[in-house]
Ligand binder design. Structure first.
Ligand SMILES: [Zn+2]
Length: 102
């Protein structure tokens, strides 16, 4: 399934753009919280699955930004929390949603 054109996180709409934020950017993805844009880099994300994984990772960053938690985290603290949300919380919620919907 192709990526959506936008995603809503905590009531705030973020545009989803397939493309690097800056030329030569080798990151999988990036979020610009000021412009409310999530970038998914197709030069690095070679499969749709990788694009979705990257989008979910950036949505976790967006959640921390919207909640205000992102303002108090230092250095790698935010990345550690994002990885917990991405690899533990989101899959658990996805499984619960599947169970709930039969
Ligand atoms: Zn990250």
């Amino acid at each position: 399934m192709p990526l959506p054109k936008s995603v809503e996180v905590g009531g705030i709409k973020f545009k989803v753009v397939r493309g690097p934020k800056t030329k030569g950017d080798d990151d999988f993805g990036e979020i610009d919280t000021d412009k409310r844009v999530i970038y998914v880099n197709p030069l690095v994300c070679k499969t749709e699955e990788t694009e979705w994984m990257t989008l979910k990772h950036e949505v976790a960053h967006a959640a921390l930004y919207v909640s205000g938690i992102g303002y108090v985290l230092k250095g790698k603290d935010e990345e550690a929390l994002v990885r917990m949300l991405e690899h533990i919380m989101m899959p658990s919620l996805e499984k619960l949603t599947l169970l709930e919907n039969g």
